[in-house]
Design a protein around this ligand. Structure first.
Ligand SMILES: [Fe+2]
Length: 261
């Protein structure tokens, strides 16, 4: 579902583009099941493979289909949209672990005909004089990250940061925040309550490469901006509640940043 407030924002600003940090799908029921079985998930490295045994097929199907109205909204913006993948998105690799009926329409398949939506990952995009890069992890770090998954994560992130041509013109978009910045979970219903959910390697590479802005999401309650050196780390907020951020960039600077709460 796309809240009316977000549709109003989209129509009241002359947007040049849209940066989206992922998690397009409604996953409340699935998250409840994960939280209920959380102890087992955290210890078991193969946990995501077993999720399909715990979640009814109807719940998976309606969750996967819920991304469609968000994608329709994004493509109707008629401006370039740069999208990084979140842990609640049904990408092709994640579909491999899903029951067969759910696999029919992955995120990649759905955006294939939407020419203004660009999935971030390996490519770097030129946009109005800025370079847009983004991390869409092959493996999500939700529970216990294996050494192999950790190596893959680090090589993907390092490869992307190394593509930055001019840091003052670089926009980096991810789903997860950097560790210690806009990443504190404040949700008594979550087993992660009180924990930092960010990534330490992001911090290391932000400090090293200093992109102009680093846009992240994942933590609904952490809308805001915090600087790491010369980098503005921005969480635009929880779009499902109508939150967003309107960002105006100038020559190597953030000229204006308005949060819609
Ligand atoms: Fe997330």
């Amino acid at each position: 579902m796309v809240p009316d407030k977000l549709r109003e924002i989209a129509s009241s600003y002359a947007l040049d583009g849209c940066l989206c940090t992922g998690d397009l799908c409604q996953v409340d029921e699935i998250r409840d099941i994960i939280f209920k079985h959380f102890g087992k998930f955290r210890e078991d490295k193969r946990s995501t493979a077993r999720l399909k045994d715990l979640v009814p097929i109807e719940v998976f199907l309606s969750s996967a289909d819920s991304m469609q109205c968000v994608l329709d909204f994004l493509t109707d913006l008629k401006v370039p949209v740069f999208l990084s993948v979140g842990n609640a998105d049904y990408t092709s690799p994640r579909m491999e672990m899903m029951p067969p009926d759910v696999r029919k329409a992955s995120l990649e398949q759905r955006v294939a005909g939407m020419k203004n939506i660009h999935l971030l990952g390996k490519e770097s995009f030129d946009f109005n004089g800025f370079q847009i890069l983004g991390h869409s992890p092959s493996k999500m770090p939700d529970f216990s990250r294996s050494t192999r998954a950790e190596r893959l994560w680090r090589s993907e992130v390092e490869d992307l940061f190394s593509k930055i041509v001019n840091p003052r013109r670089a926009i980096f978009v991810t789903h997860y925040p950097p560790y210690g910045t806009l990443d504190l979970v404040h949700d008594p219903g979550s087993p992660f309550h009180g924990e930092h959910a960010g990534d330490k390697f992001y911090v290391e590479l932000i400090r090293k490469h200093q992109p102009l802005v680093f846009i992240c999401g994942h933590i609904h309650e952490q809308q805001g901006k915090v600087d790491i050196g010369c980098t503005s780390v921005i969480n635009p907020g929880y779009a499902y509640d109508g939150q967003a951020a309107i960002l105006t960039l100038g020559e190597g600077v953030v000229e204006e940043l308005d949060f819609v709460c």
